[in-house]
Design a protein around this ligand. Structure first.
Ligand code: ATP
Ligand code: RIB
Length: 308
C-alpha cells in the first residue's frame, strides 16, 4: 500500500540562536551566531513524512517574499507536492525566533505571518482533492482555528483518517474532537485538552488520555520527550514505547513534528497505531541528535534500521 499523506499546517523560517541556557523574562542571553532553518510544525512534519518514504501533499500559506520562495523550494526539493500552498501578497512568511540551550532544550516565539491567513476554503479544497488519494490527513494548529476545524470536518466527510497534532491547543477543537481524530499531544498539551473540557484536579497521563479517547473514540498518542510515547486505545489498552537512546541530545526542536510526520506516513501505509507509533518514536529520537528542526530527520531506511 503506497503511503500518501496530506499535511495541513504552518510553514516558517526558523532563526536559531544557540546559547548556554535559555533566557528568563526580561533577560538577554548571547550566543555566538544565528542560523536559519526551514520550520513550522506543518512543513516540518511534511518533510519527516516524505523522508520516511510517503508521497506528501502540503496545504498552507507563505508570503510573496524571498523567505517564502526559499521555504517552498525546500519543500519541493524534498519531493513534496506544493500545489495547495497559497502565495499571499501583503503579508510576510511566518517566522520563528528560537533559542536552543546546551542541553538541546528550546524556547520558541512565532510570528504567524501568512500562516494566519490560511482559510477554511483553501483547506476544504485541498482535502476534497486528496479524497481517494490520501491514506491520512495530518493537521497541526499553528493556523487559524476555523482552518483546523475545516480540515478535521472535511477529513471525516471524505472518510480520511485524521491525525491532529494539537500544538498549541485551541478552544475550537472541542467541537470537532468527537469526529474522531487521532490526537497526538505532548504532556502539557494533554493537560490543556483536559482543562478544555472543564476537568479540574490533577490526573495522570493515563487518566487524561482515557478521557480524550472516550470523547474521540480513537487512540490517543501522548509524546513524552525522552520518555517516548504513551498510547491509549479505545477499550483501555495502554502501551508505552520508550524513546531511542541518544548519545548527545543537540536540539529537540521539531522532535514532535518528526514523530507526527512519520506516524502519519506509517499509518497511511497501512500500519497499526502501535507500529506507526514505534516508527515515529524511532525517527524522533534520531532527530534530536542534530541541530535544526529538520537537520536530524531520518530517511526510511535509517528509521527501519533503528527499529530492529
Ligand atoms: P516539539 O514541540 O519540541 O517539537 P513535542 O513536545 O511535541 O516536541 P516531545 O514529546 O518532546 O514532542 O518529543 C517527541 C518525540 O521525540 C519523543 O516521543 C521521542 O521519541 C523524541 N525525543 C524527544 N526528546 C528526546 C530525548 N531527550 N531523547 C530521546 N528522544 C527524544
Ligand atoms: O515544532 C518546531 C517548530 O515550531 C519550529 O520549526 C518553529 O517554526 C515552530 O513552528
Amino acid at each position: 500500500m503506497i503511503a500518501r499523506v496530506l499535511v495541513v499546517g504552518a510553514i516558517n523560517v526558523d532563526l536559531v540562536v544557540a546559547t548556554e541556557r535559555l533566557p528568563g523574562p526580561g533577560e538577554t542571553v548571547v550566543g555566538p551566531g544565528v542560523e536559519r532553518h526551514g520550520g513550522g510544525k506543518g512543513a516540518n512534519a511534511a518533510v519527516a513524512a516524505a523522508r520516511a518514504g510517503a508521497e506528501v501533499r502540503y496545504c498552507g500559506a507563505i508570503g510573496n517574499d524571498d523567505t517564502g520562495a526559499e521555504a517552498l523550494a525546500e519543500l519541493h526539493a524534498e519531493g513534496i507536492d506544493i500545489a495547495d500552498v497559497a502565495v499571499l501578497d501583503g503579508v510576510a512568511t511566518g517566522t520563528a525566533l528560537i533559542v536552543v540551550d546546551a542541553q538541546g532544550e528550546n524556547q520558541i516565539a512565532v510570528g504567524a505571518g501568512a500562516n494566519a491567513a490560511v482559510t477554511p476554503e483553501v483547506v476544504r479544497g485541498a482535502v476534497a482533492r486528496a479524497a481517494g488519494w490520501a491514506g491520512c490527513l495530518l493537521v497541526s494548529t499553528e493556523i487559524p482555528a476555523d482552518a483546523v476545524v475545516a480540515a478535521i470536518v472535511a477529513a471525516a466527510e471524505h472518510g480520511i483518517c485524521c491525525v491532529l497534532n494539537s500544538a498549541p491547543v485551541l478552544a475550537e477543537l472541542a467541537e470537532v474532537l468527537p469526529l474522531g481524530p487521532i490526537v497526538t499531544p505532548n504532556a502539557s498539551e494533554l493537560e490543556d485538552l483536559h482543562l478544555l473540557f472543564g476537568e479540574r484536579g490533577r490526573r495522570s497521563v493515563a487518566e487524561m488520555a482515557t478521557g480524550m479517547s472516550t470523547l474521540t473514540k480513537a487512540p490517543v498518542v501522548v509524546t513524552l520527550g525522552g520518555d517516548g510515547v504513551f498510547i491509549l486505545e479505545p477499550g483501555g489498552r495502554e502501551t508505552r514505547i520508550p524513546a531511542g537512546s541518544v548519545s548527545q541530545v543537540r536540539d529537540t526542536t521539531g522532535a514532535g513534528d518528526t514523530f507526527n510526520g512519520v506516524f502519519a506516513a506509517t499509518l497511511a501505509g497501512g500500519a497499526s497505531v502501535l507500529d506507526a507509533s514505534a516508527r515515529g518514536v524511532a525517527a524522533a529520537s534520531l532527530s534530536v541528535a542534530a541541530v535544526g528542526a529538520r537537520g536530524g530527520m531520518p530517511r526510511g531506511e535509517h528509521i527501519d534500521a533503528a527499529l530492529v
